[in-house]
Design a protein around this ligand. Structure first.
Ligand code: ATP
Ligand code: MG
Length: 464
């Protein structure tokens, strides 16, 4: 995809030292069609409409936007007249959802936020101009709009300059913006990590000074941002940034407690439990499921409380304790039950790879057949790659999983013991031979239905 044209390059490095040019333009990829068509209809009806926020940032960077938001001068009632049947659930905040080209586009009326007396959301919102709407946004790189016809980028806060310099900077006074909505504290870390940007010193100092206030934000909102950080591999840097900001201590003290917890050097030459965890997060394959990302983060969360030195450093029962702790943590962050259950099972089972050579083949296959074994396997792979790098248990487990998949891919036997008895044959040692022979015929396509099977058995009993 090359959505960039004119003075805008997909390679931000190429922008270094290029001064912001007011006529900077982006071109739109095909998936922007639905939102542009919505904006065009609003313009034709006499309103103003722009693409705004993250999608403009991403197009300027040559990244594929997740979604396209439209902002308009028209109030919700006028949007309803242009798009009868628009979804009105967010109408009181000025947000309507319009269907176009098979997708739903968010159309928000330009708004200014009233005071934030609770540090979470504005007491009221007022409809206003594009400029004010842009300036209420959190970071300069998110405070960009684009003309849907010309692709011209509208920038009132120096966002294009900051994109070029790879900087996350609060729009306006950082302390005030973080105080208004404390979710922005973790959003700053999220965008820095996901985009690979640094946080501008004034914004960083305010973030560190106010980090404790993240505790007043609803945990599910924090969890959404945190999951985005964890799923953006390599995510070790994101966890370290959360730690340096002071946020990790407040939202996940169980993880900061892993620091300075020593491990036996022969298995963990990399260092303490926190260092190991960050390395494991770096080793995950791209786009892990939230369950895998969370399980990788918390797989050793039971270690600080089970640390003991006998013949060497040991952590007896850390998987069991970690599994219990992760349920509690998952509930605290209001993660879904499905994610919590999967993360729990992965953490509970992750130590068993150490015994894989002692498992009988049947036991190993039964283990590999457990639900979500692949997620367990992925965390184990990253766990090894982030420590001793010995992949032998991983390879044994992969082979067991392959075998199970191969068996599962085989069709059920049409001629089985039950059918033979139904056909009046006497159960005995010859059954196995008949069944195996019939199965071969089935795999070769000579038996396709139960009737084929019956006919095959009859013929075989006449001429064995
Ligand atoms: P993503 O690609 O992850 O969706 P995004 O920038 O689109 O990133 P969203 O959370 O979808 O992020 O928000 C859309 C836009 O709304 C942001 O780009 C920003 O302009 C604005 N915004 C969102 N949340 C806030 C907030 N808490 N405070 C101020 N502005 C916000
Ligand atoms: Mg978005």
């Amino acid at each position: 995809m090359s959505p960039i044209c004119n003075s805008c390059s997909p390679n931000v490095a190429m922008w270094e030292n290029v001064p912001y040019h007011p006529s900077m333009k982006i071109s739109f990829p095909p998936d922007a069609r639905a939102s542009r068509s919505v904006a065009r209809k609003i313009n034709e009806a006499g309103g103003e409409a722009y693409l705004i926020g993250g999608c403009v940032r991403d197009l300027c960077l040559g990244r594929a936007p997740k979604d396209y938001d439209v902002a308009t001068s028209l109030p919700p009632e006028a949007i309803l007249t242009i798009f009868p049947g628009a979804n009105e659930t967010g109408k009181s905040f000025g947000v309507m959802r319009v269907r176009s080209h098979g997708s739903e586009i968010e159309v928000a009326t330009f708004r200014r936020d009233g005071p934030y007396s609770d540090g979470r959301r504005p007491d009221f919102v007022e409809f206003t101009s594009l400029k004010e709407d842009i300036l209420r946004r959190d970071f300069t790189v998110n405070a960009l709009a684009a003309d849907v016809e010309t692709g011209e980028v509208i920038d009132h806060s120096g966002g294009l300059d900051d994109l070029a310099k790879k900087i996350i900077r609060a729009v306006g006074k950082p302390e005030a913006r973080f105080e208004e909505d404390r979710l922005r504290l973790i959003r700053a870390v999220r965008f820095a990590h996901v985009l690979g940007f640094t946080i501008e010193p004034g914004t960083w100092n305010a973030l560190r000074a106010l980090a404790k206030k993240i505790s007043s934000v609803a945990m599910e909102r924090v969890a959404d941002e945190l999951t985005k950080i964890l799923c953006c591999v390599p995510s070790g840097a994101g966890i370290r940034l959360l730690d340096e900001s002071g946020l990790l201590e407040v939202i996940l003290p169980e993880v900061t407690r892993m620091k300075n917890v020593a491990q036996p050097e022969q298995f963990h030459p990399e260092g303490d439990v926190f260092i190991h965890t960050c390395l494991v997060m770096d080793q995950l394959k791209p786009d892990p499921s939230p369950a895998v990302a969370w399980a990788a983060l918390l797989h050793d969360v039971g270690k600080p409380d089970t640390f003991m030195v006998t013949d060497r450093i040991r952590f007896h029962g850390h998987a069991e304790l970690g599994a219990r702790m992760c349920r509690k943590i998952g509930r605290r962050f209001r993660l879904s039950n499905a994610v919590i259950d999967r993360m729990h099972d992965v953490i509970l089972e992750h130590q068993k790879f150490g015994d894989i050579d002692k498992m009988r083949p049947g036991r190993l296959k039964r283990w590999a057949a457990m639900p979500h074994f692949e997620e367990l396997l992925e965390v184990h792979r990253a766990d090894c790659a982030g420590s001793h790098a010995d992949m032998s248990a991983y390879e044994t487990a992969c082979a067991a999983l392959d075998e199970i998949r191969r068996l599962a891919a085989m069709p059920a036997k049409i001629v089985n013991g039950e059918l033979l008895i139904e056909l009046g044959l006497e159960a005995g040692p010859s059954f196995r031979e008949i069944i195996e022979e019939a199965y071969e015929a089935q795999l070769e396509g000579r038996i396709n239905t139960r009737d084929d099977g019956i006919a095959w058995v009859r013929i075989r009993s006449i001429v064995p």
